[in-house]
Design a binder for this molecule. Structure first.
Ligand SMILES: Cc1cc2nc3c(=O)[nH]c(=O)nc-3n(C[C@H](O)[C@H](O)[C@H](O)COP(=O)(O)OP(=O)(O)OC[C@H]3O[C@@H](n4cnc5c(N)ncnc54)[C@H](O)[C@@H]3O)c2cc1C
Length: 432
C-alpha cells in the first residue's frame, strides 16, 4: 500500500487524507498545533459551558466538494440548510428587510425575491437583476486589474445597490474591502452562486461547533481507516534527492517511510520550510492576509427570531443567533482588530443597540476572538501568486485555501484543494 504523508491538519489536510484513504492509500498526518481543524475549530467556553467557534462559518449550497466531504464522513445531519436563499437584512434604524427567493422556478424565484427586497428602489433592483443576468457573458479574466468597487460602479450599480446588496456578499465571501479585492474573483464566485440553480445560493450553517461538525468526524473516519495522526508535531525541513523528497525532519523525529507528501499548510508556514526556493518560487508564498473579528455575547434574554441577520452599512457584518448566545462577525477587520477589548465591546454594543435593540445591560458576558491572518486578500497581486498543487519536487504537492483553487479562501476552497492534491498524488502513484 502506498503511503502519503500529509503536513497540516486543517480542512485541506483532512480532506486530502479522507480522499486518499478512500482510494486505499495509507495516510499519516502531522499537525503542529495540539488540535486538528486549523482555522476552523470550536472549543468549550469555560464560564457558560457552550461550545463556541473561533469564528462563525457560513456555507452555501454551491459548496459542492464540502457537501460531498460531510456526506462521506457521515455528518450531513449536523448542518441546517436553507431550501433557497433567505437573508434578513437590518438597517441602522432597526428596519428589517427580507431577501427571500420565491418558489417560482430558477431563476425567476431569485429575481422575484430580489424584486420583493425592500431595501432597494425598483430601479436598483432592476440594475442588480440585469447584472446577474449578464454574468454568464462576462469573461472574468478581463477584470483582474480592477477592484470590485470599480467594476460595480462601471456596471452602473448605485451606492445603495452596493451598500445594501453587493458589498455584503463581497465582504463576506472575500474577507476583503471592495476597493481591494479583484473583480475577477468576485465575478467568478457570483457565477458559482447565482448561475447554478436555486440551491447554490442557499445558506448552510453548522448546528454544532466546527470541531464537532467537521473535525472530530473526519478524525474518527481516518482513525477507523487506520491512518496515523500526530498532533503537536511540526515539520521543519524537507530533504531532497534527485528532485524527490526523501525524508522530512520534524521537531520530534525524522520520517523516511513515505512515497509522497502533501503540504497542507498556510503560505507563511510554507515560506519557512521553502529554503532556497526548494519547493516553489519564494515570491509565491508571501500573500497578504486580512483578519476576522468575532464577538460571542451571552444575553440575559434573547428575543431574536431569525437564525442570522446581515447588517447594512455597519462595522458588524453579520449577527448569528445561537439561542444561549449570539455571535457578531466583522470580516476584513484590520482597522478594528488591534483595538482594546473595551473599545471593541463598546463598538459592538452600540451597533447591536442601533440595529437590533440589544442594550449593553442585556448582555451578561462576552468573549472576543481575533483571527488576524484569517484569509488571503484576493487582490490582483495575490491571485497571480497562488500556486497550483504541483511543486518543483515530483512527489510533493500543495493544498490549502490559498493555493490556486479558483475560489476565495473558504471551507470549500480548502476542501477542494485537498481533493485536488489527493488526485495528483494518485496520478503520481499510478505513473510507476
Ligand atoms: C474567523 C474565520 C471565519 C471564517 N469564516 C468562513 C466562512 O464563513 N465560510 C467559509 O467558507 N470559510 C470561512 N473561513 C475560512 C476557512 O476557515 C479557511 O479557508 C479554512 O479553514 C482553511 O483551511 P486550510 O486547511 O487551508 O488551512 P488551515 O486551517 O490554516 O490549516 C493549516 C494547518 O497547518 C498546520 N501547520 C502549519 N505549519 C505547520 C508545520 N510546519 N507542520 C505541521 N503543521 C503545520 C496549522 O497548525 C494548521 O492546523 C473563516 C476563517 C476564519 C479564520
Amino acid at each position: 500500500m502506498k503511503k502519503c504523508l500529509i503536513v497540516g491538519g486543517g480542512l485541506a489536510g483532512l480532506s486530502a487524507a479522507v480522499s486518499l484513504t478512500k482510494q486505499n492509500c495509507h495516510v499519516q498526518i502531522l499537525e503542529a498545533s495540539p488540535k486538528f481543524g486549523g482555522r476552523a475549530y470550536s472549543f468549550i467556553d469555560e464560564k457558560s459551558g457552550d461550545e463556541i467557534d473561533n469564528g462563525q462559518h457560513l456555507m452555501l449550497g454551491c459548496y459542492y466538494e464540502t457537501l460531498e466531504f460531510i456526506n462521506c464522513i457521515g455528518v450531513t445531519n449536523l448542518f441546517n440548510s436553507q431550501n433557497k436563499l433567505e437573508i434578513n437584512f437590518v438597517t441602522r434604524n432597526k428596519i428589517k428587510h427580507q431577501l427571500k427567493a420565491t418558489n417560482l422556478p430558477y431563476p425567476l424565484g431569485l429575481f422575484f425575491g430580489l424584486l420583493n427586497y425592500e431595501a432597494l428602489s425598483i430601479t436598483d433592483k432592476i440594475k442588480i437583476i440585469l447584472l446577474v443576468t449578464k454574468l454568464s457573458f462576462i469573461d472574468s479574466e478581463m477584470y483582474l486589474n480592477i477592484s470590485v468597487n470599480e467594476w460595480l460602479k462601471g456596471e452602473n450599480q448605485s451606492r445603495n445597490c452596493i451598500k445594501s446588496f453587493w458589498e455584503i456578499i463581497a465582504i463576506g465571501a472575500l474577507n476583503s474591502q471592495i476597493k481591494d479585492a479583484s473583480a475577477k474573483m468576485f465575478i467568478d464566485i457570483l457565477k458559482v452562486i447565482f448561475l447554478n440553480g436555486s440551491d447554490a445560493s442557499a445558506m448552510i450553517i453548522p448546528k454544532v461547533g466546527l470541531s464537532k461538525a467537521f473535525v472530530d468526524p473526519a478524525v474518527n473516519f481516518l482513525v477507523a481507516h487506520k491512518s496515523e495522526l500526530s498532533l503537536s508535531e511540526k515539520l521543519q525541513e524537507i530533504s531532497v534527492t534527485q528532485n524527490q523528497a526523501t525524508s522530512v525532519m520534524t521537531d520530534k523525529r525524522i520520517i523516511i517511510d513515505f512515497d509522497a507528501v502533501i503540504l497542507a499548510i498556510p503560505s507563511y508556514a510554507l515560506n519557512k520550510i521553502n529554503k532556497n526556493n526548494l519547493i516553489i518560487e519564494n515570491n509565491r508564498t508571501d500573500l497578504t492576509t486580512s483578519g476576522i473579528l468575532t464577538l460571542h455575547l451571552w444575553l440575559k434574554q434573547n428575543n431574536l427570531k431569525k437564525p442570522f441577520y446581515a447588517f447594512i452599512d455597519s462595522p458588524l457584518h453579520w449577527v448569528f443567533n445561537h439561542g444561549n448566545f449570539i455571535t457578531t462577525v466583522t470580516s476584513s477587520a484590520d482597522d478594528l482588530i488591534d483595538r482594546s477589548k473595551e473599545e471593541l465591546f463598546s463598538i459592538v454594543t452600540t451597533e447591536l443597540q442601533e440595529y437590533l435593540n440589544i442594550k449593553r445591560e442585556d448582555i451578561s458576558d462576552y468573549q472576543i476572538i481575533k483571527e488576524k491572518r484569517a484569509t488571503f486578500i484576493p487582490n490582483k497581486e495575490n491571485l497571480l501568486k497562488r500556486p497550483s498543487a504541483k511543486t518543483k519536487l515530483e512527489n510533493v504537492f500543495l493544498a490549502g485555501d490559498w493555493t490556486n483553487t479558483g475560489l476565495p479562501a473558504t471551507i470549500e476552497g480548502a476542501i477542494k484543494s485537498g481533493n485536488t492534491a489527493a488526485d495528483k498524488v494518485q496520478k503520481y502513484f499510478s505513473s510507476f
